[in-house]
Design a protein around this ligand. Structure first.
Ligand SMILES: Nc1ncnc2c1ncn2[C@@H]1O[C@H](COP(=O)(O)OP(=O)(O)OP(=O)(O)O)[C@@H](O)[C@H]1O
Ligand SMILES: [Mg+2]
Length: 263
């Protein structure tokens, strides 16, 4: 079901610019995101997707432009600032601690304590089971080091951590790039679950099939600029490929140009 786009967006990034030396990595891009919505951010290698999204996750400052959260202008200079606005990021190279278990990873740096200030292992485990039970009920490997989990299970742990700490805005930069088909299906299911909980997701992906499966809207970047944002319902995969490769909106590309996409 498509999200309600009539209210205030969860996130609005307006006219964002980032340059590295002479390279305009992000060149005046405006995108937004509503609750319960997946916006896919797509484009070829070096289009500027990661750089754009890093200005929202606090990993990188923008040179100019403004970010609004729930309609309020905000300044996000650090990952800590981003967390204050309930923004969590899941990177492809997951920041999990390899030698400790799923529960310990979920609470790493934010451990629950008893009133005697010792670690409250049972409270952490039951909280971990509660959130994972909602997201991925099949997951039962709470007590093994995460280095023995599959890629999909590791993604589940990272996502459960974000959800437990009340993420409202989730950034996923190629979450399935390193995964096999079964694990990708698992993460796809998780993303659908997160949508149902009203979380807004920016999903960066090179997989046009994943994009069409999961996204409500698709924002396309090419050479640092936004080509456009389209509703998935209104476009074909070829329309989106045309935007990615030749930077033309649906209807603007000639039939010869579209045919060339398949050569
Ligand atoms: N730290 C950096 N220093 C210098 N240039 C950078 C840096 N990070 C990115 N760039 C440049 O900015 C441009 C956009 O890169 P970015 O990583 O945002 O692209 P992307 O769309 O995420 O690509 P990919 O699909 O390959 O991940 C590229 O030209 C890249 O070389
Ligand atoms: Mg990238």
């Amino acid at each position: 079901m498509a999200a309600d786009l009539s209210g205030t967006p969860l996130v609005e990034m307006r006219d964002i610019r980032v340059a590295f030396g002479g390279v305009h990595a992000v060149d005046g891009v405006t995108i937004d995101l509503y609750p319960g919505e997946v916006v896919a951010l797509v484009g070829g290698n070096g289009a500027g997707k990661t750089t754009l999204i890093k200005t929202l996750s606090g990993a990188h400052k923008c040179d100019s432009g403004q970010i609004y959260i729930n309609g309020e202008p905000v300044t996000i200079d650090t990952p800590r600032d981003a967390k204050e606005y309930a923004i969590e990021t899941i990177y492809q190279t997951l920041a999990l601690a390899e030698n400790i278990d799923a529960t310990a990873n979920m609470f790493l740096g934010r451990e629950l304590k008893t009133r005697f200030r010792t670690l409250d292992d049972s409270a952490m485990e039951s909280a971990a089971r509660e959130v994972m039970g909602r997201l991925n009920p099949k997951f039962q490997n709470f007590k093994v080091p995460v280095n023995s989990l599959s890629g999909g299970q590791r993604q589940s742990v990272a996502i459960a951590r974000a959800v437990h700490f009340n993420a409202r805005i989730l950034i996923m930069d190629e979450p399935t790039a390193a995964l096999g088909p079964a694990e990708t299906a698992q993460v796809t299911e998780l993303i659908k679950q997160l949508k149902a909980e009203g979380i807004g997701i920016f999903l960066i992906s090179h997989d046009i099939h994943d994009v069409f499966d999961l996204a409500d809207r698709i924002s396309v970047m090419l050479q640092g600029k936004l080509v456009g944002t389209v509703n998935k319902e209104d476009v074909t995969k070829d329309d989106v490929l045309g935007m990615i490769i030749i930077g033309k909106l649906p209807g603007e590309a000639s039939s010869t140009e579209l045919e060339a996409l398949h050569e």
